[in-house]
Design a protein. Structure first.
Length: 253
């Protein structure tokens, strides 16, 4: 692997409440997944995030999630397939509208939190995300997908471009899905540990798992969650470690 993208979930502040260190993260990453007002964000924060990304040459992605700010989009809501499709279209379209004010384009869509995990497991939900993304972004639509999941498969079968991502700060199960956040091994906070794991991955293509053997995954992007207490330190260490290993960092979209 000679080139890879680093993405982060940003724009997750709301009104006077601040989440993460977006300005610092924008100096490290190459793609920004910007909250669309569902799990986090509001029109002003969305515009600020888009303008910052544009100024720093960072690719802009819509990050739609369940409309559940209290749960930060990490609780699965009992929506129908049709409701999920509308939700993704509505939030992606909202970011496209805000981006137009800044003279910027939305390059891709990445589902957030519990919605992303549902789409990773369930082909019908994956289909809703794929259809909504293509409807809003058109034939050039691109999805950022969790590697090796239903969403990736459904996108491929429907001719929608996608980029597989892996997570720098999340543990994996032997089936390729992420370890649920309420279970041991779900989060990796140590920057040195995360960097060593990802450098080994780009060299071998194998991802360590919790309670099982390493698994083979495809990846064109690495995600660092922007809301973690060590997010900026982890992102900086990761980028430095990858560059030392001879990997070029660049946007996938």
């Amino acid at each position: 692997m000679t080139k890879i993208d680093i993405n982060a979930d940003l724009g997750e502040s709301f009104g006077p409440w601040q989440m993460g260190s977006d300005a610092e993260m924008m100096d490290v990453i190459t793609s920004a997944n910007i909250a669309c007002g569902g799990h986090a964000g509001d029109p002003s924060v969305m515009l600020q995030s888009v303008e910052m990304a544009k100024a720093k040459g960072v690719s802009i992605g819509a990050h739609p999630g369940f409309e559940d700010k209290e749960g930060f989009g990490r609780r699965r809501l009992p929506l129908t397939v049709e409701e999920v499709e509308r939700l993704v279209a509505y939030q992606t379209g909202a970011l496209c509208g805000v981006a137009a004010l800044a003279g910027a384009d939305v390059d891709y869509v990445k589902a957030h939190g519990a919605l992303a995990n549902w789409g990773a497991e369930n082909a019908d939900i994956a289909g809703a995300i794929v259809r909504a993304t293509r409807a809003v972004l058109g034939e050039d639509a691109v999805l950022l997908t969790i590697s090796g999941t239903q969403l990736e498969r459904v996108a491929r079968e429907n001719g929608v471009k996608y980029c597989s991502e892996i997570f720098a700060d999340r543990g994996y199960q032997p089936n390729g899905l992420l370890v649920p956040r309420d279970q041991p091994g779900a989060m990796i906070h140590d920057a040195d540990e995360a960097t060593a794991r990802l450098v080994e991955f780009v060299q071998t293509g194998k991802m360590p798992t919790v309670g099982g053997d390493p698994i083979a995954l495809e990846a064109g992007s690495i995600c660092v969650h922007g809301d973690g207490p060590t997010a900026v330190e982890l992102a900086k260490d990761l980028r430095k470690g990858l560059e030392i290993a001879g990997v070029k960092i660049g946007a996938f979209a």
